[in-house]
Write a protein that binds this ligand. Structure first.
Ligand code: FHN
Length: 436
């Protein structure tokens, strides 16, 4: 076989394997790492950037409520002198949150760290400090996992073919190959300089982005850090659930509590107010809504990524910090029924959600279910003991596969009362039960 043919053959093989690498995910995140992520149950999402100076939505208000020219010049005035990373991280810690996911770059293309690959960054604002780096340091100090949001679409960078939300026709002068190299350069900076525990991708829905690009970036990141957790918004397709085509490690239902799922990890991202970025006088969720949202996600075997939008001066709103602290106070009493648990076995409904750990089932009552709570149990499962999480006994009877709990006139916690059921066996094997 002559030499040139052999060289041509090996060239084809290497091109094929490189092309292959771009289309399939080569090495998935270890399931033990994902289990550890799911045990955390509760994280803080933070959407912040120069647009907070206008109080309109990050990315989406560009060329809408705010002219493109005005939006793209905001960074020149942006100077959040009251930004204090320790204060933000402490607010998350006091809320009982175990990780923080921060918008390093949103759809407006503005980078909140000293990237070497763009002048459209925090280092070219009035502020000139590394916001991402400050947050990473504070998370390490308070033992909170540091995670980063990074957008796939970039309406600012001219190499990305769509230059504003709503534009359908890609710009023929754009260059996706150069844009993906820019993305890889920035992601390498973020991973090697800040070591994020998880990367939360977004913006995978526009036409220039393909499944192959998503798989290529996933493989690229795994070469940089095989343990970094990656959400399911790198490939194309639905965010709500994992499918065989999904590129990423977990599903990301948005502004809703996800469906119970014991097979695939998921995390609901939900705002404490209405807008992702700060909006003056935005309507904030009640404490009941906040806690029942958290319990509903845990009851469905998912995590809650709960979003706050800091103000233009760098502070989080007092009222939001107070609301988060109230959630933390509830978790101080009831945290064993949330952290490190699995969802179920009872499917969440309007009356209750359930979580479980070892031989214990935790019933989270959203409201009084009447004087009795009747629950089915599988063959061979016996209830040995029942008490409120504050230790007060709950009387019960069991007849075959049905247990009856006597519920007192008033529940110890009007927002969400937890009852601990001690069973005669490990509860993880109990299949999901939709109560009659
Ligand atoms: O367009 C973004 C939006 O601004 C926000 O970042 C949410 C958070 O999940 N994700 C996208 C909308 O699905």
């Amino acid at each position: 076989m002559n030499r040139s043919f052999v060289m041509f053959f090996f060239l084809c093989c290497s091109l094929f394997s490189e092309a292959q690498q771009k289309t399939v995910v080569l090495e998935k995140t270890d399931s033990k790492i994902l289990d550890g992520f799911m045990d955390k149950r509760f994280g803080m999402f933070i959407h912040w950037g120069p647009i907070s100076m206008r109080g309109t939505e990050i990315g989406w208000s560009r060329n809408h409520e705010v002219s493109q020219q005005d939006y793209d010049s905001l960074y020149k005035e942006f100077n959040p002198v009251l930004f204090n990373a320790d204060a933000w991280v402490k607010a998350a810690k006091d809320a009982g949150m175990k990780y923080i996911t921060f918008t390093s770059k949103h759809h407006d293309g503005f980078s909140m760290w000293p990237t070497a690959y763009s002048n459209y960054s925090i280092m070219h604002s009035q502020y000139k400090k590394d916001i991402v780096g400050e947050l990473a340091k504070a998370c390490k100090k308070y033992d909170i996992k540091f995670c980063l949001y990074y957008t796939v679409l970039d309406w600012y960078d001219l190499n990305y073919p769509i230059h504003n939300n709503g534009i359908k026709e890609p710009d023929p002068k754009a260059d996706m190959t150069r844009f993906i190299q820019y993305m890889k350069n920035q992601l390498k900076e973020l991973v090697t300089n800040y070591h994020p525990y998880m990367i939360w991708f977004d913006g995978n829905w526009e036409s220039p982005w393909t499944q192959e690009m998503g798989a290529d970036i996933y493989n690229y990141l795994k070469k940089l850090d095989k343990n970094v957790i990656i959400n399911n918004r790198l490939g194309k397709g639905t965010h709500k659930i994992m499918t065989p085509e999904t590129v990423g490690d977990y599903a990301t239902p948005e502004q809703e509590v996800g469906e119970i799922n014991m097979s695939n990890p998921w995390e609901s991202c939900i705002t404490i107010c209405h807008q992702w970025a700060w909006k003056p006088n935005d309507k904030m969720k009640t404490l009941k809504e906040c806690i029942q949202t958290l319990v509903g996600t845990a009851g469905g075997n998912g995590n809650l990524l709960f979003n706050v939008g800091p103000m233009p001066d760098g502070r989080m709103e007092d009222r939001q910090v107070k609301r988060l602290k109230e959630m933390g106070d509830w978790l101080k009493v009831n945290g064993e029924a949330i952290y490190g648990t699995k969802g179920g076995p009872y499917k969440p409904d309007s009356v209750l959600a359930a979580t479980r750990k070892g031989n214990k089932i935790y019933l989270h009552l959203f409201k009084k279910p009447g004087d009795q709570l009747v629950l089915p149990v599988p063959e061979g499962i016996k209830l040995l003991k029942a008490n409120f999480i504050n230790g007060v006994k709950v009387s019960f009877t069991q007849e075959g596969n049905s247990i009856k709990l006597s519920i007192p006139d008033s529940l110890p916690d009007s927002i969400c009362t937890v009852i601990v059921l001690q069973m005669n066996a490990d509860t993880i094997g109990i299949p999901i039960i939709a109560k009659q």
